[in-house]
Design a protein around this ligand. Structure first.
Ligand code: TMP
Length: 221
């Protein structure tokens, strides 16, 4: 996105994103294997794979670049999940591309896409259900995949991260944004929002968890 190069400097954010990504990689590893090996305070040790230069964006509710590009009303619930392909290139602002571009420039093969797209939908179903259970709408998110040679076989694994930096999450009741849009739209309370997501999913350890009463404006359940 156009925010890729802006630095979002919030103390403690690295830790919370590490915990969140670890949680989702563990939770979804039976759906699709991933590059996660081990987590530390602020980073993750991952298997080295060749990342496919496509961002797979899964959308359940129209917002962000989809509404800006096509004039669809913000918040429109999509009848079924929509998957978009973006070419990973910061200088070009990760432009939307069609399958035909992906094949024409050999960014991924048809068999790779035919494997990855259903995986995206399965991860979406799973994450949507878990978020719903804690009062959060999974509006959209972005996934990246990589190629890994294992025992003479070429496997596709989930790479990068899954966190509120790469998802849009709205509170089911207040529709409050609990994701990076708080930073993108200058809404403030970014760290508190991430803490709230982590608290609802029961991810953070006691000592780093903060009490919901300290939240101020954000609704907590
Ligand atoms: P968009 O509406 O800006 O295209 O973003 C769609 C979703 O994908 C949103 O949850 C943010 C995520 N995303 C990233 O994490 N990184 C990116 O580079 C892009 C383009 C989107």
């Amino acid at each position: 996105s156009s925010f890729d190069r802006k630095i979002c400097d919030v103390t403690g954010k690295g830790h919370i994103l590490t915990e969140m990504t670890t949680f989702w990689f563990n939770a979804t590893r039976d759906i699709v294997p991933n590059h996660y090996l081990k987590s530390f305070e602020n980073y993750i040790l991952a298997k080295k794979c060749t990342v496919i230069p496509i961002e797979f964006v899964v959308r359940n509710i129209a917002t962000g670049s989809l509404t800006n590009r096509l004039g669809i009303e913000d918040g429109t619930v999509l009848e079924k999940p929509l998957i978009e392909f973006c070419y990973k290139n910061d200088e070009l602002n990760d432009p939307l591309v069609a399958r035909e571009h992906i094949y024409a420039f050999d960014w991924a093969s048809a068999s790779e896409l035919n494997f990855i797209v259903p995986q995206c939908l399965r991860i979406n179903d799973f994450m949507q259900g878990m978020f719903k259970g804690v009062g959060i709408k999974l509006v959209d998110f972005k996934l990246e995949f990589g190629r890994l040679n294992q025992d003479g076989k070429k496997n596709i694994i989930l790479a990068d991260e899954i966190s509120p930096d790469t998802c849009r999450l709205w509170d089911v009741i207040s529709e409050e944004k609990l994701d990076k849009d708080r930073f993108r739209k200058n809404l403030g309370n970014l760290f508190e929002a991430y803490q709230e997501v982590a608290r609802r999913l029961n991810i953070l350890h006691e000592e780093t968890n903060i009490s919901p009463v300290k939240f101020g404006k954000l609704r907590s359940i």
